[in-house]
Design a protein around this ligand. Structure first.
Ligand SMILES: [Zn+2]
Length: 265
């Protein structure tokens, strides 16, 4: 049987198109880095409580589950939990007001609900475990700046760029290409980032969800301001944003640990 080349190209194009629109959020490695850093900052009480909820598996093991279930239409209702879309360049007060005014469920409205469910011992084991798996993931998403992006371009999904010559989009660059470019395994990455002293750790853990989303908003403004359509991104882009990327991953991990320690400690 001969398969025509055109058909092969058509299939490849289709797969690329579908993948490029899925917006997987921090990609597999980024979410695991956040979860692994959190794991290293758990209190012994939280560790014990987590063992009851997820057994011997690590937080990193579950970090991407909430993206994987997107392929199951049963969970379609939860796809809006992964992000917020807001206008550009908002001052803090306007940003928080806009967050609170967002219609329907979203990243900002869902996280407190999940926190309550993880804590609520009147819920079933499965309900609490479900909430925990989402919480691990969504705290990661809250720190991916383009999950606090703009509606008109779907958080950068509609902004075409090339990454080392390959066609992609801005959202995917931040979800995974920039992370993967560092060439650390997720445990190596957690190890190299997790070196802050105690005072810095508690300073990074301070604030609330709106504060953390505002930091992502400020960073996403800088990302948007730095990009023109069809930008050719490579070494220079990595040089410009590597520190921001690393800061976001570390903060996500430390803050997830704080939340779990508070809920389960
Ligand atoms: Zn996500």
């Amino acid at each position: 049987m001969t398969i025509c080349r055109r058909c092969v190209f058509a299939v490849i194009f289709f797969v690329l198109l579908v993948c490029s629109q899925s917006g997987f959020a921090w990609g597999v490695t980024g979410h695991r880095v956040v979860a692994e850093i959190a794991q290293r900052h758990l209190s012994s009480r939280a560790r014990k409580a987590l063992k009851e909820l997820i057994g011997d598996q690590s937080l990193a093991y579950w970090a991407n589950w909430a993206d994987f279930v997107k392929s199951d239409s049963t969970y379609r209702y939860a796809s809006r939990w992964h992000y917020v879309d807001l206008p550009a360049h908002l001052e803090k007060d306007a940003f928080v007001a806009a967050l609170k005014a967002l219609p329907g469920e979203n990243l900002f409205s869902r996280i407190p609900v999940l926190e309550d469910q993880v804590k609520d011992k009147s819920l079933s084991h499965d309900q609490r475990q479900f909430a925990l798996k989402y919480l691990i993931h969504l705290i990661g998403d809250a720190h991916q700046p383009l999950h606090v992006g703009r509606d008109e371009d779907q958080g950068g999904n509609k902004i075409s760029v090339t990454w080392f010559g390959k066609p992609s989009n801005l959202h995917i660059v931040w979800d995974e290409l920039l992370v993967d470019f560092q060439q650390w395994s997720y445990t190596e990455y957690a190890t190299v980032l997790d070196v802050a002293d105690k005072a810095t750790v508690s300073q990074l853990q301070s604030g609330n969800l709106a504060d953390w989303l505002y930091e992502s908003h400020i960073l996403s403004d800088r990302i948007y301001d730095n990009i023109k359509a069809d930008s050719k991104l490579s070494y220079r882009y990595n040089y410009l944003f590597m520190q921001d990327l690393n800061d976001q991953l570390l903060k996500g991990g430390l803050r997830l640990a704080r939340i779990l320690n508070e809920l389960l400690g």
